[in-house]
Write a protein that binds this ligand. Structure first.
Ligand SMILES: [Zn+2]
Length: 434
């Protein structure tokens, strides 16, 4: 049936025209307490305006709608536009009323995310805070950011900003992991070196390999090092020498076993983390660099948080999720239940890594961390960047009354000695547990 297109549009009885008049009011995106992160206001002329009450704070999670879509606006678009019931919808359309789409209640803690975002004022970086026992994502922060409400009018400026505010560093930023990679090197030792618990090394401040010299941070000379002490003090020589003894395959295989290139069924797009010790670089110096998180290995803050969750959880990882409930206009609730993603390592391996992470906080590189009533486990990292200030990392988790509570991963991009990850973790813990 060929009919002139204009004639169809002009016909007042065409249901498609009605659909344009009485369309769906986009549902809201809420935090875990029910506060709006994004909602729609219907203006007097019937047009809709999307409001983002937190401005820049949640831009990389909610995303935007209006100039294409991104974030949850894109990933959950069908849900946000989903009317309660087909008959209700028809009824509304018959009355030329707008149909209300479904709301999404997320797992996010908006006050904590706001607090975290403010800590990064003037700095680039990312923070991921999750609940290892369920997979709930409580904070997913990337800095700098942009106001999703500005996307339509101010796109050119946002896109041209050399600090790349559109870039979701938490999930898409790839960074050298620095010494946080020693979690993987230590696990590789447990797997590849039968006598790993007795592997010792005498640190004189630098480790010579090939034409390279690997120094310990801040000119430290650590002396006699056991695995526990080397991990706590983050001795580069110890882990570089252990990596060379194991070989690149052991590091690569362990990282692959730890699902380094996985996206864990998460709803938002991620970059793929990877360990590169390709055969053409099997030279010892490359293996040594890889063992301390330099070389060509790259990780997202999100992946490192997932690895941390699995350690906190005795090796088991829950699927990370952001949408806790969808609530349609009739009030019907669909709730997400925690879902096992898989096992990253054995319970014994997780316990051993936890012991190593205990030392870091009790007497090692993160010994400044303390909060009454909260047990803290972690690993710090400093990643050297050619031609720039160092990146600073922390990844770890908390327990309260013996129960695992939060996994916290912080990355400060090019913070150098001025802005470090561990003090931000202290602020987060003080804020959250006070
Ligand atoms: Zn050392």
């Amino acid at each position: 049936m060929l009919v002139d297109q204009e004639e169809i549009s002009a016909n007042a009885y065409n249901p498609r025209l009605n659909e344009e008049k009485v369309n769906v009011i986009r549902g809201a995106i809420l935090d875990s307490a029910g506060d709006s992160l994004a909602y729609t206001e219907v203006l007097d002329d019937g047009s809709q305006q999307r409001i983002y009450p937190y401005g820049e704070v949640f831009a990389h999670v909610t995303g935007y709608v209006g100039r294409g879509m991104a974030g949850l606006e894109l990933a959950a678009n069908d849900t946000l536009l989903k009317a309660p019931d087909f008959l209700d919808t028809l009824q509304s359309w018959a009355n030329e009323e707008a149909v209300q789409g479904s709301n999404i209640r997320t797992t996010l803690n908006s006050s904590l995310q706001q607090f975290v975002y403010e800590r990064f004022s003037g700095y680039k970086g990312a923070v991921v805070i999750t609940e290892p026992s369920t997979g709930k994502v409580r904070v997913l922060m990337s800095s700098p950011s942009y106001d999703p409400a500005d996307v339509i009018d101010n796109w050119d400026n946002i896109a041209a900003n050399e600090d790349s505010p559109l870039y979701a560093r938490a999930t898409q930023g790839l960074y050298p992991p620095g010494s946080t990679f020693k979690l993987i090197t230590a696990l590789a030792m447990m797997r590849a070196m039968p006598d790993y618990e007795n592997y010792t090394y005498v640190c004189d401040g630098s480790y010579e390999v090939g034409n390279n010299s690997i120094s310990c941070a801040g000119g430290a000379v650590h002396g006699y090092m056991t695995l526990e002490d080397a991990f706590a003090y983050s001795c580069n020589g110890y882990f570089a020498s252990a990596a060379v003894q194991m070989g690149g395959d052991a590091l690569r295989e362990t990282a692959e076993y730890l699902n380094i290139s996985e996206s864990f069924d998460f709803i938002l797009p991620q970059s793929e983390s990877s360990v590169v010790v390709s055969s053409e670089y099997e030279a010892d110096s490359m293996v040594a660099q890889t063992g301390i998180g330099q070389g060509e290995t790259q990780m997202t803050p999100f992946y490192l948080n997932m690895l941390t969750c699995s350690i906190a959880n005795g090796g088991v990882l829950y699927t990370p999720y952001l949408i806790d409930q969808t609530i349609d206009a009739s009030g019907a609730v669909e709730k997400t239940l925690p879902k096992l993603w898989g096992t990253m390592m054995s319970a014994a391996e997780a316990t051993y890594l936890e012991n190593l992470m205990t030392g870091v906080v009790q007497y090692g590189t993160a010994s400044s961390l303390y909060h009454e009533g909260v047990s803290i486990y972690g690993k710090t990292g400093t990643a050297q960047i050619d031609g720039g200030e160092d990146h600073s990392w922390f990844t770890g988790y908390t327990k309260v009354n013996g129960q695992v509570d939060l996994a916290i991963t912080v990355l400060v991009e090019n913070g150098g000695s001025e802005k470090r990850a561990a003090p931000i973790v202290q602020q987060i813990i003080d804020y959250y547990y006070s």
